[in-house]
Design a protein around this ligand. Sequence first.
Ligand SMILES: NC(=O)c1ccc[n+]([C@@H]2O[C@H](COP(=O)([O-])OP(=O)(O)OC[C@H]3O[C@@H](n4cnc5c(N)ncnc54)[C@H](O)[C@@H]3O)[C@@H](O)[C@H]2O)c1
Length: 252
Amino acid sequence: MSYDIGGKTAIVTGAASGIGRATAERLAEEGVNVVVADVDVEGGEETVACIEDDGGVARFIETDVSDETAVERMVEETVKEFGSLELVHNNAGVEGESATTAEHTEENWDRVVNTNMKGVWLCMKHEIPAMLESGEGAIVNTSSISGQTGAGDAPYVATKHGILGLTRTAAVEYAQEGIRVNAVAPGVIDTPVSDRFREANPEEFEQFVQMAPLGRMGEPMEIGNAVAWLLSEEASFATGGLFQVDGGFMAL
Ligand SMILES: NC(=O)c1ccc[n+]([C@@H]2O[C@H](COP(=O)([O-])OP(=O)(O)OC[C@H]3O[C@@H](n4cnc5c(N)ncnc54)[C@H](O)[C@@H]3O)[C@@H](O)[C@H]2O)c1
């Protein structure tokens, strides 16, 4: 344990896999009670089992972040189970289909935007009142290098830019009420998402990875570690920020 967040309660969305699972495990190592929220029941329960095997406390709550009723229930059940909510990593996301702007279907647009951007808003809408009740709160939303560039498909890129807007607005609105809100911008991280990109176009993928000054993919825990810091009191003066954890990609 390195931070002072033991005993607090966290929700991590998209925690059945990849970056969300790493954050959930990292927070549990710090003694945080972790709610693993995801649409993937099997993966979510696996995350909980890993945390419990390591002596941590976690509970899976099946949640589709694009569904307000489900998000409301996620927060209610968290508070019922653990008594309060102080920390969240709003991280669930999908990359959607690969196509150019003029080729995307409305169905793909709605799926990506509703999961990635509406999902972050719905989560904050229901998490913030619970944090106000707790008297403190720290939120990290997952953006991307695609939130600052045109690297990626239009709906995905648009949502990752939009998450910055949501993060900054909430940071300004709730700073005086003790809630900090930041965004993390991962570069290429070794998760099932990058596996799919690699399989679709191995050469282009490798070139993209090599472009970053560190010349490699990041590990999910390299994002989990940054999120744990942002959620801790060590980051007490950080709010409204965008934190690059991208192997130097955005420094190019
Ligand atoms: N992997 C990368 O290179 C990379 C880079 C930048 C940003 N990101 C972002 O990081 C986040 C996590 O991605 P990852 O790489 O760990 O991918 P991942 O596919 O391993 O994890 C995403 C998780 O989100 C869940 N999810 C999808 N739709 C959901 C919904 N409607 N409600 C609840 N959960 C849902 C999935 O079931 C999955 O467990 C995403 O927001 C992604 O856009 C990833």
